[in-house]
Design a protein around this ligand. Structure first.
Ligand SMILES: [Zn+2]
Ligand SMILES: [Zn+2]
Length: 219
């Protein structure tokens, strides 16, 4: 990154955003997380007298989503895969270039552009990823279990986006007073070290898959 580019970034002016002068980070976050929460509310509205026994699917989806988060982050977001280059460009290049372990915090809501998934990602995520899996689960174990699976998937997406954004908020922000958050933020900060980003700490929410695959770096 050139010095001029870096200076513009530090001023909160993102060069690539010349074509998006009306960008608002708060609206970007509100749209992606709001869409996920809307899907969650829709799933709840479709439940028909679920039993406590149906809830088994929620922890299962959370674990499954943790592995999806791990592999998507480790492979297409950090390796240029033919046909998925846009993902690598947005995350492996732009997100990691703008935010390093020494300079991980946003200083303007404009920079949320390089923290959050593109708004269109949530529109693809639900119908192409979470939807078919939830439909299959519903077909096998009953509609209530399927709707609970969709609820858990949408909730996980909102959790990921919120948590990743929290990692990139300044340490003075009140969100960092949430118990346990600063410890998890430390892992993500290490992931942003240029020497570690392709090797360690691919989980953002909680480091289960990193722990299982031996890629959890604590120091
Ligand atoms: Zn990050
Ligand atoms: Zn990364």
């Amino acid at each position: 990154m050139s010095e001029r580019h870096t200076r513009k970034y530090r001023l909160g002016k993102i060069p690539e955003m010349g074509s998006r002068p009306r960008y608002r980070g708060e609206l970007h976050y509100g749209f992606t997380v709001g869409f996920a929460l809307l899907i969650g509310c829709w799933s709840i509205s479709r439940l028909d007298h679920p039993s406590w026994m149906d809830l088994w699917v929620i922890p299962l989806i959370i674990i499954y989503a943790n592995f999806v988060e791990y592999f998507v982050h480790r492979i297409p977001l950090h390796r240029r895969i033919p046909g998925l280059g846009v993902l690598y460009e947005r995350h492996g290049i732009q997100h990691h270039r703008y935010f390093t372990d020494r300079d991980i915090s946003i200083i303007s809501p404009l920079q949320m552009y390089y923290v959050l998934f593109p708004a269109v990602a949530i529109v693809f995520f639900i119908p192409l990823a979470a939807g078919p899996v939830s439909f299959l689960i519903g077909h096998l174990f009953g509609p209530n279990v399927g709707w609970l699976a969709l609820l858990a998937s949408a909730g996980y997406f909102a959790w990921y986006e919120t948590f990743h954004l929290a990692n990139h908020l300044p340490m003075s922000h009140s969100v960092h007073r949430v118990p346990g958050l600063s410890a998890l933020c430390k892992y993500h900060r290490l992931h942003h070290h240029p020497a570690y980003s392709k090797q360690y700490n691919f989980n953002v929410t909680f480091p289960l898959a990193d722990w299982i695959f031996g890629t959890l770096k604590k120091e």
